[in-house]
Design a protein around this ligand. Structure first.
Ligand code: RFL
Ligand code: PHB
Length: 391
């Protein structure tokens, strides 16, 4: 098999890249190791930045998002039983975010790709990327029990944190920057209308809690739990009790309970692989970088990477200049590091480290109070949350 751009992985990064290339008249093949149902049901992100919303619309993939997504103009911070709303449009000159689940973004892009795009193969596991430094990189893969080779002009590894693409970059050319956190998130989906109309990020002495949503009738909630926690060790009622305690306010707000339909634990890490390119192999999305979910940045960064790649390739085809493609890693990493910084700030602002000292607790509360009382500090949060511009 032969194509211009071989894409490994049909998460948001790979699917959107295939769509952008299709719109530009460039052919591609997407190899995805899992089946379609799995990819469409994997519970993950929920927040799209303004820039991501604009990209999906321009790619012709925003129809259902505009009908069913929920535009949010702010979030609420809770600490010391107080609440403070951050008003995004007022602080950023009009930006907001969209609540529209990653599962839905993937469903929309898969439907478009299968209808009118280049080939998208499910159950096709990439085994290795070969010849990244040559003119003709190849992806060896297994599909329907047979091994095959995809010959490409370019390979883009959109295969997430555990994928194979990154491994094709020799260690002597790689640098990894990493931080792990001694806690994770226990996330639930529940059949109950959200108890607040915007997301609530709560700092509590017992740990962080987040109230989010998937629709007007489905809530998504998270609790900070110790690293390595087994989701099954938390009974449903215990989860609701703990969420109620951590989200409690002095003004009598109350949390509605409902049937929990899914329960899982996510570890938290910050990770960046530099550079994001080796020869004709490019890394995009979680394959190159991971952020802790507190800043809601992972999917949005993946979108930024593939937009940068697609624009650079179109520029090459139109002008003959590889300048933008050569600058891919540098261009992406500038934005990646801003998101890493923001996600780290949000994580340390709101979580309680198991070894936190009383001094650190006081500083954390002072940081929150600063945001609640200084327009400059609040604007910094609003700008980071609604998203950093694409170069
Ligand atoms: P994905 O989504 O992991 O997709 C990678 C795809 O590659 C496939 N694959 C392979 N295919 C072929 N051959 C191989 N050898 C392969 N190895 C892997 C996989 O099956 C998969 O389909 O990466 P991508 O596209 O880079 O997208 C990244 C996002 O999924 C991720 O950053 C976000 O989900 C992170 N994230 C959030 N991001 C946000 O922007 N806003 C949020 O609100 C948000 N909340 C979250 C999150 C992630 C979470 N978890 C579970 C980590 C909340 C949570 C709880
Ligand atoms: C989600 O709805 O899954 C979600 C929202 C905000 C975050 C992380 C996850 O910061």
């Amino acid at each position: 098999m032969r194509t211009t751009v071989g894409i490994i992985g049909a998460g948001p990064a790979g699917l959107l890249l295939a769509r952008l290339l299709h719109n530009a008249g460039i052919d591609s093949v997407v190899l995805e190791s899992r089946d379609r149902a799995y990819v469409e049901q994997r519970q993950r992100a929920g927040i799209l930045e303004q820039g991501t919303v604009d990209v999906l619309r321009a790619a012709g993939a925003g129809g259902r998002m505009d009908r069913e997504g929920l535009r949010h103009d702010g979030i609420e911070l809770r600490f010391a039983r107080e609440r403070h709303r951050v008003d995004f449009p007022a602080l950023t000159g009009g930006s907001s975010v969209m609540v529209y689940a990653q599962t839905e973004v993937c469903k929309d892009l898969i439907a478009l790709q299968l209808e009118e795009g280049s080939p998208l193969l499910f159950g096709a596991e990439a085994l290795a990327v070969e010849g990244a430094e040559s003119e003709r990189p190849r992806v060896r893969f297994r599909h329907e029990g047979r091994e095959d080779v995809l010959e490409c002009d370019y390979v883009v590894g959109c295969d997430g944190f555990w994928g194979v693409a990154r491994r094709a970059i020799p260690a002597e050319h790689s640098r990894v920057f990493e931080r792990t956190y001694p806690f994770g998130w226990l996330g639930i989906l529940a059949d109950v209308p959200p108890s607040h109309d915007e997301l609530v990020y709560a700092r509590h002495d017992r740990g962080f809690a987040l109230l989010s949503m998937r629709s007007p009738v489905v809530s998504r909630l998270y609790l900070q739990v110790p690293e390595g926690t087994d989701a099954g060790s938390w009974a449903d009622e215990e989860i609701w009790d703990e969420l109620g305690r951590r989200l409690e306010t002095a003004d009598g707000w109350s949390l509605e309970r409902g049937t929990i339909t899914s329960k899982s634990v996510t570890p938290m890490r910050s990770h960046v692989h530099e550079p994001m390119r080796h020869g004709r192999l490019f890394l995009a999305g979680d394959a190159a970088h991971i952020v802790p979910p507190t800043g809601a940045k992972g999917l949005n960064l993946a979108v930024g990477d593939v937009v940068t790649f697609a624009r650079a390739l179109v520029h090459l085809e139109e002008t003959g200049s590889a300048e933008r493609l050569d600058a891919y890693s540098e261009t992406c990493l500038r934005r990646v590091w801003q998101a890493e910084r923001f996600s780290y700030d949000m994580t340390t602002l709101l979580h309680r480290a198991p070894d936190a000292t009383p001094f650190e607790d006081r500083v954390q509360l002072a940081r929150l109070r600063r945001i609640a009382t200084s327009r400059a500090a609040e604007t910094d949060l609003a700008e980071g949350y609604t998203g950093f511009p694409l170069d």
